[in-house]
Design a protein around this ligand. Structure first.
Ligand code: GLU
Length: 663
């Protein structure tokens, strides 16, 4: 097997160690050999000059009459051909490439990487969490989605989080745990489209958990987060032992793991082996000898001492009735391409497509028309489109696939006529005040216009987040799998299942903390994201796939809570409007606004022109500079030549791996 892992080899040459932290707490990109744009105060365009380490390309283009000339001719130069895996962690990329090298396809590799991430990025994703997959089947030329989002237990009530306004308390208590989806997710990919067994897909992760991994700078930094310090005192605190379980792994004997340490996870290895031996039943059935399900249920009965009502409500029946769903993505055309992404219960795809539709009338890529990359007009209309989409998201998006879930006007939200009305609210050179949700029901064939007057929507729920894992894989046959997996906050609940070595998610905190349902026609609110039995909390995850004339040309996704939508948007505009290369599109500084509120403050990374920011400030926009927004893992492929390109985001460690050679 020839396994070429760019990140490791390049980094070993340049830095002598696979991971090295920068002062700002970020890492030097092994991929690009340069600093993260969020990490420095360079001149606005410095990121463009990043040395090119891996093959790079622009999107193929069916109509470039209005666009600037591509920086590279699509499909020329070095490329991958035997498959590419891009993730935030080099070991996970290597595991995926290893599966491809052994003759596996993208689905096999995806399952292996899902499990491997639990070993190398345990604070972000794993078998105690869930997520979403978008995938393309080369043979049938179909693009589908797999919804592996956590579900709420049958005993869930809409008001269960009302009495605890503190996110830190809610998110570390057992009632925040949703029924996990990752194990069934991987098994479903393998059963339907894979060529290897669940046992085989688990082997790289079992080996890494048994032999140990080198602790990364990112993992070492996360080990210091408060989530692992819950209930430390007093010594006789009755729930302390439950919170000690994860501490014992990541702060052994009270000493936080350091970058470069070896982390061996025998309990996790044992659990993965139990799943390898017993299949999904070993995880989801209470009467299974593996004991995993019973242990999950016991663990979620733990709650913070200040949140006595926070005891988990999950039962054997909830675990045994857990299911994933295969479906169609939401999609819309954008400037000759078709953009497909994840529909409900994620808000990611619908919001992304709404923003793109609202922006399509503006010449985002045309600097001659006063727009262009990082210019005032472009950022102005982007921010306004984000605000309009997030207003709709707050009222209309959530899960509609449970008994008692409201029907939602998704078709209306994506209807041309509705989006034209919303786009008309954007005026170049203005920042609108008083933005609220629109009413898409008259534009949706499944809804009857009731003439309701919609009152103002609450923007209080901000979806704090920032962790999660994203992986994009293409194989030699052109099958593509992009998945975003999460245990929600970094370290999830912080509750590790004793004896089994994996963390439980806190995904149910993505529900509205206070119910929003209001049947009054004059201030109607469907309560789209109110907690309910069997419901999946609204997500922002947006694994996305772009096609051109029916052929896939790009796929990508990101972590980052609600900012996921804007990270994916930034990259989409960079690729399609600004004609940047894949690497440049991923590295370029990002901006994100996740609320329509008049008081909303946009996040931005370093690297924007101060004069541009000043002009936007004069329009009324406020910004806060943040180190990083998201971490996009992406591939591009050229339909005619079948050439493949990958980019991992320098905002995390980043890994791009191929089973073959660069050709
Ligand atoms: N819970 C988040 C979501 O589903 C993902 C976690 C994160 O990336 O912060 O949107």
């Amino acid at each position: 097997m020839l396994l070429e892992t760019w990140t490791k080899s390049e980094f070993a040459q340049s830095a002598g160690h696979p991971r090295r932290a920068r002062d700002c707490g970020l890492v030097v990109s092994a991929l690009l050999g340069t600093v993260s744009p969020g990490c420095n105060q360079e001149s606005p365009e410095a990121w463009r000059n990043a040395p090119l380490i891996v093959p790079d390309s622009t999107l193929p283009d069916d109509d470039d009459s209005w666009k600037q000339p591509p920086k590279l001719k699509p499909g020329t130069g070095k490329a991958f051909r035997d498959g590419v895996v891009t993730t935030s962690e080099p070991e996970a990329a290597s595991a995926g490439a290893g599966v491809l090298a052994g003759g596996g396809n993208a689905f096999d590799a995806a399952a292996a990487v899902m499990f491997m991430l639990n070993v190398v990025e345990p604070q972000s994703s794993g078998i105690g969490g869930g997520g979403f997959v978008i995938f393309h089947l080369a043979e049938s030329n179909e693009t589908l989605t797999l919804n592996c989002r956590e579900r709420a237990p049958a005993d869930t009530t809409a008001d269960m989080f009302v009495s605890q306004p503190d996110f830190a308390q809610r998110s570390a208590s057992g009632y925040a745990v949703g029924v996990p989806g990752t194990v069934l997710c991987a098994a479903t990919l393998l059963d339907n489209w894979g060529t290897i067994t669940l046992d085989e897909a688990l082997q790289p992760a079992i080996a890494a958990a048994t032999d140990g991994i080198v602790v990364s700078t990112r993992l070492a930094a996360d080990v210091l987060l408060p989530k692992l310090s819950n209930e430390l005192a007093p010594p006789n605190n009755p729930v302390k032992p439950a919170y000690d379980v994860a501490r014992a792994v990541f702060r052994p004997n009270g000493s936080p793991l350091q970058a470069g340490d070896l982390l061996v996870q025998p309990e996790l290895a044992h659990t993965l082996q139990l799943i390898a031996d017993g299949g999904t039943e070993a995880f989801y059935r209470c009467d299974h000898d593996a004991g995993i399900a019973e242990a999950i249920l016991a663990t979620q009965l733990v709650t913070r001492t200040d949140t006595p009502q926070g005891v988990g409500r999950m039962t054997c029946a909830d675990l045994e009735s857990y299911h994933v769903t295969i479906g169609a993505p939401v999609s819309r055309p954008y400037r000759g391409y078709e953009v497909a992404s994840m529909g409900p219960p994620s808000s990611g795809g619908v919001a992304l497509l709404q923003i793109l539709a609202m922006l399509e009338g503006f010449p985002i890529g045309d600097s001659g028309a006063g727009f262009g990359l990082g210019q005032v007009s472009s950022l102005n209309v982007m921010l306004e489109a984000m605000r309009l989409a997030f207003a709709d998201r707050a009222r209309w998006l959530g899960d509609q696939d449970c008994l008692g879930c409201p029907d939602l006007p998704i078709a209306g939200l994506l209807a041309d006529a509705y989006l034209a009305e919303r786009a008309a609210l954007i005026q170049v050179g203005q920042r609108r005040t008083g933005i609220t949700a629109g009413d898409p029901r008259p534009f949706d064939p499944d809804f009857i216009a009731e003439g309701a007057s919609l009152g103002p929507v609450s923007f209080a729920h901000s979806d704090p987040g920032g962790d999660t894992s994203h992986v994009t894989i293409i194989d030699a046959d052109g099958n593509i799998v992009a998945f975003t997996n999460s245990i929600e906050a970094t370290w999830g609940t912080g509750l590790m299942v004793p004896g089994y070595g994996f963390l439980l998610n806190n995904q149910l905190t993505d529900f509205n903390q206070t119910p929003a349902f209001n049947p009054n026609p004059m201030s109607f609110n469907p309560g789209a994201n109110d907690a309910a039995p069997g419901k999946r909390p609204r997500s922002s995850m947006a694994p996305t796939l772009v096609t051109l004339e029916g052929d896939p040309v790009a796929a990508y996704g990101s972590p980052g809570g609600a900012t996921i939508i804007n990270s994916v948007l930034n990259v989409t505009l960079n690729l399609i409007d600004h004609r940047l290369t894949l690497q440049q599109s991923v590295v370029a500084p990002r901006v994100s606004l996740t609320t329509a509120s008049d008081a909303g403050v946009a996040e931005r990374e370093a690297g924007f022109d101060p004069q541009v920011l000043g002009a936007l400030g004069a329009l009324g926009y406020a910004f806060v500079q943040v180190a990083t927004i998201g971490a996009v893992q992406a591939i591009v492929t050229i339909p005619t030549s079948k050439k493949q390109y990958g980019a991992a985001d320098s905002r995390r460690i980043g890994g791009v791996a191929t089973p073959g050679k660069v050709k």
